[in-house]
Design a protein around this ligand. Structure first.
Ligand SMILES: *Cc1c(COP(=O)(O)O)cnc(C)c1O
Length: 365
């Protein structure tokens, strides 16, 4: 079957790939069960959505007939002011996943190694294999990245290292001193990507802002997104910060209009509403603590998380619990494809959504 056209003509890496499995949309479950009001806690989306300022900015924008600004001048200026980096260090992407993809396309070819951790974000193997690279997966330690093991896995074939900080789907993070030490040990010709998709949610004292290391380590790329705390997942916009030289290379392979006009306008409005982000982070901590307490009361183990989700161990019952939750109209994320068949990842919702989850879980635990 797969030795026939068109599979035989596809690149070997592509033939091995499994398509990324997104969280089930609430509408789909509602259609399947003939219910309404399903609660989706499966894709780490912001339960408050975006800032109202974003919605007005989008409504006011009408130049849809024109191509967007291919260089995102205005947004890069705003990011530059907020982050203290130069516009020439910023690459905008159609989601930060787009930037991860650009990195693989610029630096990785057939036979090159890309190092990342077990249980790390699934987009890393996806972008690696799509360009023919070898995924070198190091064992996790306590569900988090084992930086020492990652350091030891680097060879002359290694082109790229992906570190999710914090990691999805485990919610674990690498503290500043360890990560800085890792960066200092990595040969200067290996590009290290620190993926900070959940940066704004983290309040731990020893959690680093990797942007501070960009000058000291010219091989470092930091990625962030507007999908999570800014609530713009549906518009697709994220960015990478790196040296001007790396940024120039990314810009060569980037589709000229990879970020759409509404996303540019929305992202800038989101940046200007810092209060929204603060409120979302506060809500998240409160509700995450509630979920953690629920787990303790019910004797459920969970992986301590600094992000907007909590990954809970249900042992051999994870699949069954997932189906039962679906029947109650609550969508969470099973993690078989992350090598974690006994866990479910639960995105932190608002008060009412967490109540629905607790009611549902309470009825069959
Ligand atoms: C959600 C997420 C992203 C962001 O993806 P976008 O393409 O920006 O929506 C990146 N990395 C990790 C680890 C994530 O969980």
């Amino acid at each position: 079957m797969t030795s026939q056209f068109p599979f035989d003509r596809a690149l070997p890496g592509v033939r091995e790939l499994q398509p990324y499995q997104p969280g089930k949309p609430a509408e789909e479950l509602e259609r399947e069960l003939g219910i309404s009001g399903a609660v989706k806690l499966a894709s780490n989306e912001n339960p408050r959505g975006c800032s109202p300022a974003v919605l007005s900015a989008i409504r006011e924008y009408s130049d849809i007939g024109l191509y967007p600004d291919a260089n995102g001048f205005s947004l890069k200026q705003a990011l530059s002011r907020q982050l203290g980096v130069e516009p020439a260090q910023i690459t905008l992407g159609n989601g930060s996943n787009d930037v991860l993809d650009l990195l693989a396309r610029v630096f990785v070819g057939p036979g090159d190694d890309v190092v990342f951790s077990e249980h790390a974000f699934l987009v890393y193997p996806l972008v690696t294999r799509a360009v023919g690279g070898n995924a070198v997966v190091t064992p996790a330690a306590d569900w988090g990245h084992d930086l020492l093991a990652m350091s030891k896995a680097l060879t002359s074939r290694t082109k790229l290292v992906f570190i999710a900080n914090p990691n999805n789907p485990t919610g674990t993070y690498s503290p500043a001193t360890q990560l800085e030490q890792f960066l200092a040990e990595v040969p200067g010709n290996i590009v290290v990507v620190i993926d900070e998709a959940y940066f704004e949610y983290v309040s731990a004292d020893d959690y680093p802002n990797a942007l501070h290391w960009c000058t000291r380590f010219p091989n470092l790329v930091v990625t962030r997104t507007f999908s999570k705390i800014h609530g713009l997942a549906g518009l697709r916009i994220g960015f990478g910060v790196a040296s001007k030289e790396i940024t120039d290379l990314l810009n060569r392979v980037r589709q000229p209009f990879n970020v759409n006009a509404l996303a540019l306008v929305a992202a800038e409005a989101a940046l200007n509403d810092a209060e929204h982000a603060v409120r979302c982070a506060r809500d998240n901590e409160e509700q995450r603590a509630r979920l953690a307490r629920f787990c303790v009361e019910r004797g459920l183990e969970y992986i301590p998380s600094v992000a907007n989700f909590l990954t809970v161990a249900f042992g051999d019952h994870a699949g069954e619990i997932n189906s039962k939750l679906l029947h109650k109209g609550v969508i969470v994320r099973p993690l078989e494809n992350y090598g974690m068949p006994h866990h479910l990842r639960i995105t932190i919702g608002r008060d009412r959504e967490m109540d629905r989850l607790f009611d549902a879980l309470g009825s069959f635990l």
